[in-house]
Design a protein around this ligand. Sequence first.
Ligand code: SF4
Length: 173
Amino acid sequence: MIHIKPFDRVNPSLVKQYYYCPVIPWIQANLMVAEPTTDSMVLGSEAVKPPTGRGQVRISTSRGATIIDEVIEEKNGKIIIEKKAFKSHNFSRYVSQAITSYVIAREKLPGVRKVRIAAGSKIVELEVNDQLVNDVEASIRSVERIISENNLPKPGEQDKCSSCWYRRFCPYV
Ligand code: SF4
């Protein structure tokens, strides 16, 4: 039997979903469903459009594919900018998403020194270092395994299930 998957490589959104619950990337890869765009997502993407004259960068490498909101060059190196319209009570998901973008892009975009996450009025700038990359690399490898194998991963905290859009497809619910 031919098993067709919608993607076979990691993207930052999958890693962000993995932090919410490891079962979500499995559902996306195996059942080929993705959350539809909501009105607030549309408003959010309008709110983070780059200024005139600047643009997003789409990069596909051996590690995956990503869209970077902006890349700016400063005298000590490049900065990858990840924009979010809204703050999140779980900011670490944004950090993992931005660092995943860096890990995917770095073979074609050398010289990146920092990632800057702008979420609403909150701006956080992180120096890229081995510790940060190693932590996120472990999650990227887990997502790579989840989307390439059919084995169902263990769920995350199940108190999130009641507000999870994927619950109607979830084998644990
Ligand atoms: S319903 Fe619960 S276990 Fe299933 S994907 Fe959502 S959060 Fe994870």
